[in-house]
Design a protein around this ligand. Structure first.
Ligand SMILES: Cc1cc2nc3c(=O)[nH]c(=O)nc-3n(C[C@H](O)[C@H](O)[C@H](O)COP(=O)(O)OP(=O)(O)OC[C@H]3O[C@@H](n4cnc5c(N)ncnc54)[C@H](O)[C@@H]3O)c2cc1C
Length: 255
């Protein structure tokens, strides 16, 4: 997308994908849809429940664990580097638009138009309550949105991921489910089949195959450049402790 196209799109607030919630599930879903070329906006209000964690020790790739607030900062940075936009606002309503897609309304009265909506808001589902075809299921004090294993709800174009879809309560599960639901959106959209693999030069073409859509072949020089860049970025992130401490449970804070 050119700068002018991006500016026009932002001015009109029209997106291919709008994701409600910017925790691990929503951020990872946005990473995948944006990398597939779908113009993606993540709308988040409040803080991901992961900010309450004291030290995150079960996410693959961090042998001694990682500060969960740092993890969220790094994931947000990754999302932004991949051209996914983030907005801070509370979504109060999602409704079906007359000409297809959805109208997303925020508490500060922004009107966002999106072809696809992914609900990734942990336990919050009030904003879809007015869509009759959305199946809200009560189990005890908890509410879930009825969906199939790809996160598809009873409404075309409306998806759900993470806790709201009944997934277990772990970061990597939320992220993985966000990715899976994003792939389901990608497959349902017009973008060509997509694997999101970065392969060494010749991996496909050396066998007389085209590089599949969404995949990339990079030569040794570019591979080294990217490795150097990733080392520099990670060294900077791990240079000093994160300044913020865990958020306490609300009931403990109130005591
Ligand atoms: C104390 C504690 C410790 C934990 N420790 C671990 C651990 O060690 N390992 C582990 O794997 N998991 C841990 N977890 C669980 C982990 O935090 C969750 O699995 C993960 O955060 C779920 O990600 P999510 O994206 O589904 O939800 P969240 O991270 O909660 O993100 C949802 C986001 O949506 C936003 N939102 C909600 N409603 C709206 C709305 N209407 N409009 C806009 N935005 C909205 C929320 O404010 C939030 O930012 C812990 C959780 C807690 C509470």
């Amino acid at each position: 997308m050119t700068t002018t196209e991006a500016e026009t799109q932002e001015a009109e607030n029209t997106w291919d994908v709008c994701i409600v919630g910017g925790g691990p599930a929503g951020l990872t879903a946005g990473l995948f849809t944006a990398r597939a070329g779908l113009d993606t906006l993540i709308v988040n209000a409040g803080e991901p429940i992961l900010r309450r964690n004291a030290h995150l020790e079960n996410v693959p790739g961090f042998p001694a664990g990682v500060n969960s607030r740092l993890f969220l900062d790094m994931l947000t940075d990754q999302v932004e580097r991949n051209d996914c936009e983030l907005a801070e606002a509370e979504v109060v309503d999602v409704s079906e638009a007359a000409d297809g897609g959805f109208e997303v309304t925020t508490a500060d009265e922004q009107a966002i138009a999106a072809e696809y909506v992914i609900c990734a808001s942990w336990a919050e589902s009030n904003y879809v309550a007015d869509i009759d075809e959305v199946g809200l299921m009560k189990r005890g004090s908890k509410t879930y949105i009825d969906a199939n294993e790809d996160g598809e709800t009873g409404v075309d174009g409306l998806y759900v991921t993470g806790r709201l879809a009944g997934e277990p309560h772990q970061t990597v599960v939320a992220s993985g489910h966000g990715a899976k639901v994003a792939l389901s959106v990608i497959h349902d959209s017009d973008v060509p089949f997509y694997n999101d693999w970065v392969a060494p030069d010749g991996y496909f073409t050396g066998r007389g195959r085209e590089v599949p859509p969404g995949c990339e072949e990079i030569d040794e020089e570019e591979r080294k450049r990217r490795e150097q860049q990733s080392m520099a970025v990670m060294q900077e992130y791990f240079d000093s402790p994160h300044p913020e401490t865990p958020t306490q449970h609300p009931s403990v804070r109130e005591e």
